[in-house]
Structures are given as C-alpha cells and as structure tokens.
Design a protein around this ligand. Structure first.
Ligand code: SAM
Length: 239
C-alpha cells in the first residue's frame, strides 16, 4: 500500500522512487500526519521517496489473526511470533523486488536495546535505496527474527515506548531530509546541528526581526554586514 493512497490523501503520484521504505506495523493509521504532511508529503509527491505500509495483522494466524504469544520461560506480556514476522518480511521483500530486482532491503528493527540513532547514521541510511522497518509491540519480538532476518537493531533513546511506530516516524523524517531535493535549499540540511560541516556540533542561535524585542537586542555582529565576522561568531557559538 502506498502511504498516501492507503491513508486517503489525494495526490498525483509520479512513480520514480529515489528511496523506498517499507514499514511493517500493527498500526498503519498511526503514521497519518507525520508522514503525510509538509516536506515528507511533498517528497513522496515528487517521487523522491516511496513509503509503503504493511499491516502485520494481515499475516496473523487463524481466525483472530494472532501475531503474538506468551513468552517461553514465563513472565508478563506477550512476544511477537517469529513465523508471523518472517512471513511478513519475506513477502514484503518479494513485493519490493519489483522495484529492486537484484537487491535486498536494509532491515531495521526498533528496540531500546539497539544502537542509538545519530545524525551520521541518518545520513548513511539516506544513501540506501531501500529500507525495511519493523515496528515491535508488546514485550518485543522473538529473538530468532533479530538473529536471522534483521540487519540492524536501532534505538531512538534510553526510554521505553509502547511500540516501534514513533521510532519509525523519527527515522523516516531524519533520513528523508538528507535525500537531495527533499528540502527546499540543499544547504538547509548541511548546515544543521550534528552535520559534518558544523563538526557534528549543535548549531549557533538564530535571530530575526524585530532588531530589539522587549529590551533584548540582536547581537550587533549579525547586523554588521561583515560576513567573515558573522561566520567567526557563528563558529564560536557552536556547542
Ligand atoms: N520489553 C522491551 C524492553 O524492555 O526493552 C520493551 C518493549 S516496548 C514496550 C515495545 C516495542 O516498542 C519494542 O519492541 C520496540 O519496537 C519499540 N520501542 C520501545 N522503545 C523504543 C526505543 N527507545 N527505541 C526504539 N524502539 C523502541
């Protein structure tokens, strides 16, 4: 399902994907908004990014489309089943091969145990043509899926969320803005916090009109018109 069609947003979709992202989730509707508005909607409309959603429930077992089961060894909560998840990953990979016949997707599972997402990682992932994102729920997923069918376990921070959907939205947003042409001005992404050109540091403060606001003035160097001095000041402000 392509996100805009799936979520009912009308668009002229030109199918010329620069990057394809397949998202496997129990809650595809959660993505409405974050991935269907503003810059990300435009990127998809222009064919720079194609996002497909796959409802894991459709791969569930039996009349109730069961996707989880109780953990071996006991304990609270449920675990997402390996057979359901691997069937879904294989089917989605097969579907995507229509776009990328000889490739396989870079498969990411979101988990608090994973390596933390950083800007440099988002930049590297933006160069990959095809990502497959698996959103966990409940206590997580059967370890055998991670061992055999996942390339990378990724965390978005040291806290526990209800599911992998928010991490998937965060990753797609961070990666998409690194794809050439997605942002209006190319330099907008290159001069941002954590970018290579800013030495991976946090960027300098910004000011706009009015020149004086409730007794606080804009730093005078920014009004000087001296580009070398402005550049020097901005470098000094990096954290
Ligand atoms: N039992 C897991 C633990 O203690 O680490 C937490 C599972 S969490 C309730 C359910 C799902 O949310 C996970 O499988 C994962 O996909 C996602 N998730 C939660 N927190 C996350 C984080 N900080 N980064 C990435 N994914 C996260």
């Amino acid at each position: 399902m392509d996100v805009l069609r799936c979520l009912g947003t009308p668009t002229k979709f030109r199918y010329n994907p620069r990057m394809r992202v397949d998202i496997l989730t129990l809650f595809p509707v959660m993505f409405q908004g974050p991935l269907t508005e503003s810059i990300l909607a435009r990127a998809q409309g222009e064919g720079l990014l194609t996002i497909k959603f796959h409802d894991l429930r459709e791969f569930g077992l039996g009349n109730y489309h069961q996707v989880d089961d109780s953990p071996y060894g006991g304990g609270a909560g449920m675990v997402m089943r390996a057979d359901v998840l691997v069937t879904a990953i294989e089917k989605v990979t097969e579907l995507g091969r229509k776009d990328f016949p000889r490739r396989k997707p870079h498969r990411i599972y979101f988990s608090p145990r994973g390596r933390k997402l950083k800007q440099a990682k988002a930049e590297r992932l933006a160069k990959k043509p095809w990502l497959l994102l698996l959103c966990g729920r409940y206590e997580g997923i059967d370890q055998r899926v991670i061992d055999g069918w996942i390339d990378e376990e990724m965390s978005i921070g040291d806290y526990v969320l209800t599911g992998g959907e928010l991490p998937a939205m965060v990753l797609v947003d961070a990666v998409a803005r690194q794809i050439p042409g997605v942002l209006g001005k190319e330099e907008s992404a290159s001069q941002e916090s954590f970018s290579e050109s800013l030495g991976r540091k946090k960027e300098y403060p910004h000011y706009t009109r009015p020149e004086e606001f409730r007794g606080t003035k804009v730093p005078s160097v920014l009004l000087s018109g001296n580009h070398a001095e402005i550049e020097k000041w901005r470098r000094e402000q990096l954290q």
